[in-house]
Ligand binder design. Structure first.
Ligand SMILES: Cc1cc2nc3c(=O)[nH]c(=O)nc-3n(C[C@H](O)[C@H](O)[C@H](O)COP(=O)(O)O)c2cc1C
Length: 205
């Protein structure tokens, strides 16, 4: 167990322990005034090292889509992974501000088209502007399977999921949605796009 730092919000006194003290030894206020303080926050001089380490975390790149009232929308997402294999479940991190978030909330289904390395154009189309501004799917060949969410015909494969709403986590700016995998398949045996590969190609023009 890790001891935490507890800061008295009345007088600033800091106590260390698993739980806050019954009463503040300095101002005698009640235990409820104590709030946790993050003990392991890194100092400002470490910020570049922390960012560099975060860049070493590997991700794939996907077009995550959903539906609402007969309409479809999708966005680019790197924060997708299979969180459990038995039962088979996917987790995705989606910003509260995105139209795709609104659609997943409403329909409780989502699909992920797994992008190939040549699908930079799809990233540019789905990853930088909201579907509130234009129809991202206009002219893009898509099909649907079990959930009705659009799946890119040119993707190298897909999975589709039914949302497990009880497992949604509010991570601040983003929700972590967890979905039961209800379908999936591979269209072509090619290398999937990674987040790193996309940025390498983008930076090399
Ligand atoms: C390479 C790349 C990765 C992205 N990864 C995510 C992600 O994991 N989660 C997220 O919410 N947005 C992510 N985005 C941003 C969304 O794709 C973007 O905000 C999109 O315009 C939202 O569209 P919407 O409002 O139509 O849903 C990413 C964008 C790019 C270019």
């Amino acid at each position: 167990m890790i001891a935490q730092r507890w800061k008295c919000s009345d007088c600033g006194y800091v106590a260390v322990g698993l739980f806050p003290p019954e009463r503040c030894p300095k101002c005698q206020c009640n235990r409820t005034a104590f709030k946790t303080e993050h003990e392991y926050k890194f100092p400002p001089e470490e910020i570049e090292a922390v960012i560099a380490a975060c860049w070493k975390v590997s991700y794939g790149l996907y077009m995550v889509s959903s539906i609402k009232n007969g309409k479809m929308n999708g966005q680019i997402c790197n924060t997708l992974f299979q969180i459990t294999s038995d039962p088979p479940r996917m987790a995705i991190g989606i910003s509260h501000q995105n139209l795709t978030h609104e659609y997943i909330d409403a329909s409780e289904v989502f699909a992920a088209s797994i992008l190939g390395r040549d699908q930079q154009r799809i990233v540019r189309r789905f990853g930088y502007r909201s579907g509130r501004e234009f129809d991202k799917f206009k002219g893009i060949p898509v099909g649907t399977r079990r959930t009705g969410c659009p799946i890119l015909e040119d993707a190298i494969g897909y999975v589709e999921c039914a949302l497990l709403g009880d497992l949604t986590v509010d991570a601040g700016t983003h929700s972590i949605f967890v979905g039961e995998i209800v379908g999936g398949g591979v269209f072509k045996n090619e290398e999937p796009m990674t987040y790193e590969y996309y940025h390498q190609m983008k930076d090399s023009g």
